[in-house]
Design a protein around this ligand. Structure first.
Ligand SMILES: Cc1cc2nc3c(=O)[nH]c(=O)nc-3n(C[C@H](O)[C@H](O)[C@H](O)COP(=O)(O)OP(=O)(O)OC[C@H]3O[C@@H](n4cnc5c(N)ncnc54)[C@H](O)[C@@H]3O)c2cc1C
Length: 569
C-alpha cells in the first residue's frame, strides 16, 4: 500500500481544520498535512453560520471591551488569559480573511460593516449579509487549494485516535467511506477539529453530522472533556425543524413578542432587551411559557420574532437568508408576518480539554474549534465569537503542532497498521457479528429524549439522576446494535452506528458534569441551586472516561484582571 507520511494530520475540514492546515503549511514549506473529513469540506457546519464574526475594528471599541463582554457573557468561567489573546488575534484573523477573499459587507463609506450582537456592548460583529459562514468557509477552502502539500481525505470517517507506546498521538484510524476500507493514517501530530455534538438533543440547529466524534475519540484515548455541562440554547429557532433564525435578526432590530403582544424581555432584560445574551433570552421564554403567555402550535409552543418594522429593503439587504428560510420552511414572509420561534440547542461551550496553545494532555494531540474547550466561552458563549475563535485557535493549533512535529520522529507504520486492523476487528465484532436486535434510531431517539428531559434549559438533581441512569441503560443497549447493511460502499448505516457511539460518550459527560455542578451559571440553570456559587464552583469540570460513569475532576479558572461580579444586563 502507498503509505502517506504526514507531519500533521487534521481531523475535520470545517473552519477550524482548514485554518489549522493553512497555518501549518505556511509555517514550513516542506511540511506535509493530511486533512480528513467525513463530508466534503464545504459541507461542514461552518458553512451554515449566518450572523457574523466578532472582532475589534472600530475606534469606539477596545480589546478590553471585547474581553470584558466575553468574560461577563461566560459568567466569569472563561480563562481570562485565553480571552485576552483571542480578542487581539481575532482582528488580524478577520482582516487576513478579507485578503483571502471573504466579501465582508461594507458601509457606504467603504468601511467593513459591523452589527450589534447579544451581550456585546458595542457593534463589533463583522458579517457577509447573513451568510457569513458560507463566505468564510469558501475563503478558507479556496486558500487551502493553493497548497498541494495539504492532502485531503474527503469522505473519510475517523474512528479512533492512534497512540504510540509512549502514549503520544501518532495518527488516526479512518474508514474511506467510498470503498469501505479501514486505514491507518500516520502523522507526527494530530489536530482534532471535528465541531460540536448538538445532536445529543432532539431539537437543534446543528447539522446531522454534528455528533461529537472527535470529542469521543479524544475521550476514549484518555483525554478529559472540559465544561461539558454548558450547552447553549439559541432563543430563535423555527419550531419543528430547529432551523436557525440568526441573532442578526435581533441585532438588526427585530422584536420578540409574546401572545399578549408584548415585548416581554422588558421584564427580564430591560436594558438589553432582544440583545441580551442567549442563556438569559432562552430562559425568559421558559418563564413566559410557564405563565401561559406563548403561542401553541403543532410543534410545541413558540413566540413571535417580529421583523416587519425593519422593512423589505433592510431585510433583503441585511438578512436575506432569514427571508429565504422562513418562506421555504414555514411559508411565512417576514416582511408581512411575524415568524414563530422557540429556543433550540445550538452550541457546546465544552469540549476536548486544551491549554492556551491548543495542546491536550495527550502528547502530540491538539484540538481547536467547537470540538475544543480552550476555554474562552466559559458557561455561555457570546454569539459571533465562535467563528473568530475557530480562526484564532485553528491557526494556533497549526502553529503549535508544527513546532511539536519538528521535534519528533515519524511513527512506524507497521505498528499503526496493526492498530487499524484491531480497530476494524472491533467494529466488525460490535456491529456485524452481533446477534442483537437493537435499532440505531430507537436508541438515538431515546438518548435525545432523556437529554432533553434531564439536561435541557432547566435542570435539577432528580431529572439529572434519571438521565444518568437512562444513559447507562442506553450504553448497554448499544452493545446490541446490529448493522444490517454489510456492503462496503457508502455504508451510511455503519457510520450512523459509529456516530451513535460518539453521541453516547458526549451525552454522559454532559449529564454527569451537570449533575455535580450544584449551582446555576450561564447556560447551566439548576432549579434546585438557583444561585451562582463562586466559592465552590468557580472552576472547570474535567470528565474522564472510565468503565462505568465518567470521573469528574475540577481545575481552577484563570483570572487576570476582571474579578467575578454579579451578571446583570
Ligand atoms: C446554524 C448555525 C449558525 C451559526 N451561526 C454562527 C454565527 O453567525 N457566528 C458564530 O460565531 N458562530 C455561529 N455558529 C457556530 C459556529 O458556526 C460553529 O461553532 C463553527 O462553525 C464550528 O466550526 P468547526 O470548524 O469547529 O467545526 P465544523 O464546521 O462543524 O466542522 C467539523 C468538521 O469535522 C469533520 N468531522 C466530524 N467528525 C468526523 C469524523 N468522525 N471523521 C472525519 N471528519 C469528521 C466534518 O466533516 C467537518 O469537516 C453557528 C452554528 C450553527 C449550527
Amino acid at each position: 500500500m502507498n503509505v502517506p507520511n504526514h507531519d500533521i494530520l487534521i481531523v475535520g475540514g470545517g473552519g477550524a481544520g482548514l485554518r489549522a492546515a493553512i497555518a501549518a503549511v505556511e509555517l514550513d514549506p516542506n511540511l506535509s498535512v493530511g486533512l480528513v473529513s467525513k463530508v466534503y469540506p464545504m459541507r461542514s457546519h461552518t458553512v451554515s453560520a449566518e450572523g457574523g464574526s466578532a472582532a475589534v475594528i472600530r475606534d469606539d471599541d477596545s480589546f478590553d471591551g471585547h474581553a470584558f463582554d466575553t468574560i461577563k457573557g461566560s459568567d466569569f468561567l472563561a480563562d481570562q488569559d485565553v480571552v485576552e489573546i483571542f480578542v487581539k488575534e481575532a482582528r488580524d484573523e478577520l482582516i487576513q480573511l478579507e485578503h483571502w477573499g471573504c466579501p465582508w459587507s461594507r458601509d457606504d463609506d467603504g468601511r467593513i460593516s459591523v452589527r450589534a450582537f447579544g451581550g456585546m456592548s458595542v457593534k463589533r460583529t463583522l458579517y457577509a449579509a447573513d451568510k457569513t459562514g458560507f463566505h468564510m468557509l469558501h475563503a478558507l477552502f479556496q486558500t487551502s487549494l493553493k497548497y498541494d502539500r495539504i492532502h485531503r481525505y474527503d469522505e473519510w470517517f475517523g474512528t479512533r485516535l492512534l497512540l504510540d507506546d509512549n502514549g503520544a498521538a501518532c495518527g488516526v484510524a479512518a474508514i474511506n467511506v467510498r470503498s469501505g476500507a479501514m486505514q491507518a493514517i500516520p502523522a507526527k501530530a494530530v489536530i482534532i477539529c471535528t465541531g460540536g455534538g448538538g445532536r445529543i438533543f432532539p431539537f437543534t440547529t446543528n447539522a446531522a453530522i454534528k455528533t461529537g466524534d472527535g470529542m469521543s475519540m479524544a475521550y476514549r484515548a484518555g483525554c478529559p472533556l472540559k465544561d461539558m455541562e454548558f450547552v447553549q440554547y439559541h432563543p430563535t429557532g423555527l419550531p419543528g425543524t430547529g432551523i436557525l433564525m440568526t441573532e442578526a435578526s435581533r441585532g438588526e432590530g427585530g422584536y420578540l413578542i409574546n401572545n399578549k403582544g408584548d415585548r416581554y424581555l422588558s421584564e427580564y432584560l430591560p436594558d438589553k432587551m432582544e440583545l441580551g445574551p442567549r442563556d438569559m433570552v432562552s430562559r425568559a421564554f421558559v418563564h413566559e411559557e410557564r405563565a401561559g403567555r406563548v403561542f401553541s402550535g403543532p410543534y410545541g409552543t413558540y413566540v413571535h420574532l417580529d421583523l416587519r418594522h425593519l422593512g423589505e429593503k433592510k431585510i433583503d439587504e441585511r438578512i436575506p437568508f432569514v427571508r429565504e428560510l422562513t418562506k421555504n420552511y414555514v411559508g411565512i414572509d417576514p416582511v408581512y408576518e411575524p415568524v414563530p420561534v422557540r429556543p433550540v440547542v445550538h452550541y457546546m461551550m465544552g469540549g476536548i480539554h486544551t491549554d492556551i496553545t491548543t495542546a491536550t494532555p495527550i502528547p502530540g494531540l491538539y484540538a481547536a474549534g467547537e470540538t475544543a474547550c480552550v476555554t474562552m466561552n466559559g458557561a455561555n458563549r457570546l454569539g459571533s465569537n465562535s467563528l473568530s475563535e475557530l480562526l484564532v485557535f485553528g491557526a494556533r493549533a497549526g502553529q503549535y503542532a508544527v513546532e511539536y512535529a519538528s521535534e519528533v520522529n515519524p511513527p512506524s507504520y507497521d505498528s499503526l497498521e496493526k492498530m487499524a486492523a484491531d480497530e476494524w476487528q472491533r467494529i466488525e465484532n460490535a456491529f456485524f457479528k452481533n446477534e442483537g436486535s437493537e435499532r440505531i434510531a430507537d436508541i438515538r431517539t431515546d438518548l435525545q429524549k432523556t437529554m432533553e428531559q434531564g439536561a435541557g434549559i432547566y435542570r435539577e438533581q432528580e431529572s439529572l439522576e434519571a438521565t444518568c441512569a437512562e444513559l447507562l441503560k442506553l450504553k448497554e443497549r448499544y452493545t446490541r446494535v446490529q448493522v444490517d447493511d454489510n456492503s462496503s460502499v457508502f455504508n451510511t448505516e455503519l457510520t450512523a452506528a459509529l456516530e451513535l457511539g460518539s453521541l453516547l460518550d458526549v451525552a454522559e459527560t454532559v449529564a454527569h458534569s451537570a449533575l455535580l455542578r450544584r449551582e446555576s451559571r450561564g447556560s447551566h440553570s439548576r432549579m434546585d441551586y438557583e444561585e451562582r456559587d463562586d466559592e465552590n464552583f468557580l472552576c472547570h469540570s474535567l470528565a474522564y472516561r472510565t468503565d462505568g460513569d465518567p470521573r469528574i475532576e475540577y481545575q481552577d479558572v484563570v483570572i487576570t484582571r476582571w474579578q467575578p461580579q454579579e451578571r446583570t444586563y
